[in-house]
Design a protein around this ligand. Sequence first.
Ligand code: ADP
Ligand code: MG
Length: 330
Amino acid sequence: MDEFALIRHYFSRLTDDDASIVVGIGDDCAQVRVPSGMDLVLSIDTLVEGTHFLPGTEPAHIASRLMGAAVSDLAAMGAQPAWFTLALTLPRADEAWLAAFSEQLGRCARQFGIRLVGGDTTRGPLTLSVQVQGLVPAGRGLHRRGAREGDLVCVTGTLGDSRAGLDIQLRPDAQPDRLPASSLALLQRFFAPEPRLATGLLIADYASSCIDISDGLLADLGHILKASQVGARIERQQLPLSGALRTYTDIQQARDWALCGGEDFELCFTVPAARWDALCVKLQSHEVPVSCVGEILPASDGLCLEDGGVKLSSGTVDAGYNHFAQGNSA
Ligand code: ADP
Ligand code: MG
């Protein structure tokens, strides 16, 4: 199958007719219509076999991971997903692989409300890039730079699950068909991140800053602190942990993973204390839980970690945070 037949067969049919797409797959560029009064937000994410996923990972899992991670960046900006392009580098045209990959890609695209409008296909070591494009009201959107002293630090969902999902895969005795339901749920968190799109849109009018958690809460909160020139206090005991994670490991390991394990693709955001009650009213009928895990401090405080109100350690915002992990939480 040549490159053009491959594109036609597996990818052209993923685009739907949409009034916003003036020209879709098949021309030199896609042409899309940005509604007046909106800004376009863009982000690109790449997965490389052997670096971001283990060789032999199922193509459907790769598609879910790719789309979940890319669209999560739109959620973190409080954006409405609109279009995406796909750059595929494939070692060979493996039709079974392409069928499974493109089917799952299409499923995720429909679920997240984002449309494929173009891409590039080349031969080489398995590498996948997705560039996502979304819309925010002109001049608005959520950014890393707006946190202020006294704001509350919040996170969506539960943390640490994806790190546990990685742990399960790395076990030498891993046998997927023998795993308990709780472990399957953790694997699902690793392979199929759920971008918090609805939450991003909901908090956009309340939050002072936001980021999605791809490298771990401490590392990603560190980006907010740096961009906003503030410090923060995080309380270990307030970290939201899933039942599945608590079943899988002990509480200290679970909290370490919640702080430092990456790829949860939850949102970390800050809210002025005066806006918190109004946001809580909005969140009452929202399906994704939001937890308050700390507070923004002056820049001079750096990032402080507490356990039951007792200060464990603090780091400069620039530092790596691995020293927070692993059993120094006594
Ligand atoms: P060009 O050489 O002009 O860049 P290509 O031959 O690379 O064009 O691609 C032809 C058309 O197919 C373009 O519209 C491009 O966006 C689309 N395309 C190529 N690869 C993919 C892909 N993996 N997924 C979706 N669209 C693709
Ligand atoms: Mg090309």
